[in-house]
Design a protein around this ligand. Structure first.
Ligand SMILES: [Zn+2]
Ligand SMILES: [Zn+2]
Length: 280
């Protein structure tokens, strides 16, 4: 299992590997820049080389990058859409520079233009970015969402409708967030619900498309469409769902990261809990 957490890049990306190791991560998720700003200065060569060196030094075996929250690749507003596409291209370039393969993002919100148009716009955005990016091994990983408001990507079918239109489907995948999936209506809590959910995912997308996971408990009930994470074992999911995940061979080499509310204060505890669920 590759277990880790979302860690801060305060002081520079090169500081993240040690921060992740301090809380016992094998893998980590980071933002590659301030996630609340459109623009940020390019990565410097020394930051990049130190980052790579520190990954080895602190034994962080996989890194995933989460994109900025401002980006909406589904936006019906031309100006915002262009800005989003350019910002996402910048995210992909930074991931490439850091040697990070998986760039995780939320598909976006259609803000009234409708599901059909929204999903098409997301796919067109990804195709544009892929073309601009040129040859790069960076993969675009679409995260399942809780489906609040007009947010897209809260069903396997919607994710598949985006992927179907991509020019480069090989370098695409999905990120399964346990909190979002539960809030979207997938009952991964019970054993039978867990099995049914992933059988359904396999049918619609193929389980091999799951390239990353976010492990979060949920402050919202099943189908509540509430995107509010809770600490592992403290929310409506409880410990059971994570027991199924920790003992499922299919996720053996899939990076799984926490995005829980207490962050670095509690990550080590939560990772310990998760590791204790593995039945040998
Ligand atoms: Zn997530
Ligand atoms: Zn979330």
């Amino acid at each position: 299992m590759l277990l880790g957490a979302h860690v801060s890049i305060s002081g520079g990306v090169q500081n993240a590997p040690q921060r992740a190791r301090d809380v016992t991560c094998d893998c980590m998720q980071i933002f590659s820049k301030n996630q609340m700003q459109w623009r940020s200065k390019p990565l410097e060569a020394t930051e990049i080389s130190q980052f790579k060196e520190n990954l080895g030094k602190f034994d962080i075996r996989e890194t995933v990058i989460h994109d900025s929250y401002l980006i909406n690749l589904a936006s019906p507003d031309k100006t915002l859409l262009t800005k989003s596409r350019e910002a996402f291209l910048d995210e992909a370039v930074r991931a490439d520079q850091l040697g990070v393969r998986y760039l995780i993002f939320h598909p976006g919100a259609h803000v009234g233009s409708g599901e059909q148009a929204g999903l098409r716009t997301v796919a067109e955005s990804l195709n544009w970015v892929r073309k601009e990016l040129g040859s790069s091994s960076v993969e675009f990983i679409i995260e399942i969402t809780a489906g609040q408001g007009s947010v897209l990507g809260h069903s396997f079918e919607q994710l598949s409708r985006i992927i179907d239109v991509l020019d480069d489907q090989k370098r695409a995948g999905i990120c399964f967030d346990t909190c979002h999936a539960y809030a979207a209506g997938y009952d991964v809590k019970t054993r039978s619900g867990y099995e049914k959910t992933f059988a359904h995912l396999d049918e619609v997308l193929g389980v091999e498309m799951v390239k990353a996971m976010h492990l979060n408990d949920s402050k919202g009930k099943l189908g509540s469409h509430l995107d509010r994470h809770d600490s592992i074992g403290s929310g409506f999911l409880g410990i059971e769902c994570f027991k199924h995940l920790m003992n499922d061979d299919r996720w053996e080499s899939v990076p799984m990261v926490l995005e829980t509310p207490q962050a670095e204060k509690n990550y080590a505890n939560e990772l310990k809990t998760l590791r204790s669920l593995v039945e040998k």
